[in-house]
Design a protein around this ligand. Sequence first.
Ligand code: LLP
Length: 383
Amino acid sequence: MSTFPITCFQERKTPFYYYDKELLERTLDAAEAAIAGKPVKMHYAIKANANPEILRVISSRGFGADCVSGNEIRTAIECGFNPRDIYYAGVGKTDEEILTGIDCGIGCFNIESLEEIDIIASLASQRDRKVTVALRVNPNIDAHTHHYITTGLKENKFGIDLTLLDEAISKVMSHRHLDLGGLHFHIGSQITTNEPFRILSRRINDIITRCRVEKGIEFRFINAGGGLGIDYENPDLNSIPDFEGYIEALTEQLSPDECKELHCELGRSLVGQCGSLISKVVLVKKGLEKSFVVLDSGMSDLLRPALYGAHHKIENISEAGQPADTVYDVVGPICESSDVFGKDELLPVTRRGDLFAIRSAGAYGEAMSSRYNMRDIPGSLLI
Ligand code: LLP
């Protein structure tokens, strides 16, 4: 069990997200070390966690940003990311959002369909600006992760099918306000083996070699997306993901002659383990066959268990050190049967008022919180 600065928690209104800044820094160190000396640029996928304090720590390292909305672009710039290093993806960018990107001078638009090419070209021409774009190609690779977060398969809404790539390239090149900078890929999230990344790297190499040989096109950069998973069951044992193995898998099959610059856009692996959702036990309810620990946080604060059936490690941090010999279901207060954090959890004897930590919640936790049941948005504390 990790140690929490519990005295700093005592007087705070729960629930809130606690971020361990030291772990975040060490994670960023490891990500930087994995790309040191290589033609690889690290971007952070802001959707994972757009807490301004987290963004400032990451932008101060010189990372780029992967954004998926106009508001993310504005927030990224406010929090110190260089607009030239902001790449904007998304299947349904509105005109207003595209203009935000153009006006802010972002580095690249990742285009997800043939239809979008004309839309971005016409808005760029309206502003009389030439904008750099990358084509998001759907490489048809199974990432073997939860079906809600698999994005590289043929039938997904994301990206342009490989068979339409030539048409897309010609279309981009026919517009004088568009500059084709590279290709973009992303096969899914919470990928826990490196094999899919190895397959991706081979596929990318084949595609860019073919584009060079057949069409004489040399891309300036290739964006391989995000997706590196974290260990939700053992956050203390594996607090820092294996960035080195991931970069190795991605670059193994990529010829440096073909791929001048590789971009990654990681979200979860950079911020997931540094965050915990801290909540208080409202009461312990004795049912006929089960006992329920009812927390003051629920699916409105951390949606992942209810939405994906995800399991995050649950700790009673007030009783740290006591034997975990009692079985409870740990639930939230919200009027939905799926508002459950864990079933049959082995915990120390738990009492009203105890503080709980729901671990590995730094990614897609605070960012996906909502006001369902008119609850307050959880606060945050970065130490
Ligand atoms: N790039 C693109 C184009 C993406 O769609 C995503 C995530 C990323 C990068 C970052 O992926 P990461 O490194 O975080 O795996 N809410 C879900 C995850 C949704 C991921 C969406 N796209 C969850 O809580 O598991």
